[in-house]
Design a protein around this ligand. Structure first.
Ligand SMILES: Nc1ncnc2c1ncn2[C@@H]1O[C@H](COP(=O)(O)OP(=O)(O)O)[C@@H](O)[C@H]1O
Ligand SMILES: [Mg+2]
Length: 238
């Protein structure tokens, strides 16, 4: 459903030296897969996520969403895909403190009719924060605020979630909760999670390891291998 071929993102410094933030990256994501993108700070995780989501143009290479190249789309076509099919979650949640929680969630669909209000309320209920619907987000804990950001990313019923360090400002139990929410959505929704902390990715179907702008290796978490083994007895043979 999402594919990228031969991506590079090149920056020039003042002396005109070329620097590769992303270097010859090939990538694909199938429908419903949860993929972790892991690597140290500066390895290119955010750049890759921004390119894949069409927020940034690569210097070289092409991204295909459902086999359509993003680079030949008009600004409006791309904006439409981002609004309807993509959901974004960032480390800092960028909630608007003078809007209620409910209006923050509805801000991405820019609608306030009964259908959308119900959809948003249902999501807040699922996430256990419906009591805050009419309050302002600054009164909430960081974990609760991140749940609002998740509700906002999900309200348009996106096909892909792009999450950049979604747990970085959370303690361990809130981080786990956020990853459990993602794990419950995979299968339906494709989820790409960039993080420097691979300990949160045990529920991912695949993990891509970035190093200096390149994909150094791709692996399957042990827990995912256990799941495959359970559904495929042949893999029990050694
Ligand atoms: N606007 C920019 N100009 C120059 N270099 C940049 C810019 N944005 C990111 N970089 C560099 O690209 C590399 C990858 O950055 P980034 O994708 O943010 O990595 P990560 O998310 O893994 O920390 C880093 O070395 C960073 O300094
Ligand atoms: Mg980053």
């Amino acid at each position: 459903m999402l594919e990228a071929r031969d991506l590079s993102l090149i920056y020039c410094n003042e002396r005109n030296d070329e620097f590769y933030a992303i270097h010859d990256v090939n990538f694909f994501a199938n429908r419903g897969e949860m993929i972790g993108i892991v690597g140290p700070s500066g390895s290119g995780k955010s750049s890759l996520l921004y390119i894949l989501s069409g927020l940034k143009k690569p210097t070289v290479g092409t991204v295909y969403y459902q086999e359509h190249a993003l680079e030949v789309m008009s600004y409006n076509e791309l904006a439409e895909i981002r609004r309807k099919e993509y959901g974004f979650i960032f480390q800092r949640h960028f909630l608007i403190n003078y809007l209620t929680v409910l209006d923050n969630v509805l801000s991405v669909v820019n609608r306030n009719d009964k259908f959308w209000r119900n959809t948003a309320i249902n999501l807040l209920e699922t996430l256990g924060i419906a009591d805050f619907a009419n309050q302002k987000p600054y009164k909430m804990s960081v974990g609760e605020r991140q749940k609002v950001a998740i509700a906002r990313a999900l309200v348009s019923q996106p096909k892909i979630i792009f999450a950049d360090e979604p747990t970085a400002s959370l303690d361990h139990s809130n981080a786990r909760m956020v990853m459990d929410i993602f794990a419950s959505l995979k299968g339906e929704i494709t989820i790409l999670v960039a993080t420097h902390d691979d300990s949160i990715l045990d529920q991912a179907d695949r993990v891509i390891h970035m190093w200096d702008g390149r994909i150094a290796k791709s692996s399957i978490p042990v827990s995912a291998i256990e799941n495959i083994k359970q559904s495929n007895p042949i893999m029990h043979r050694s």
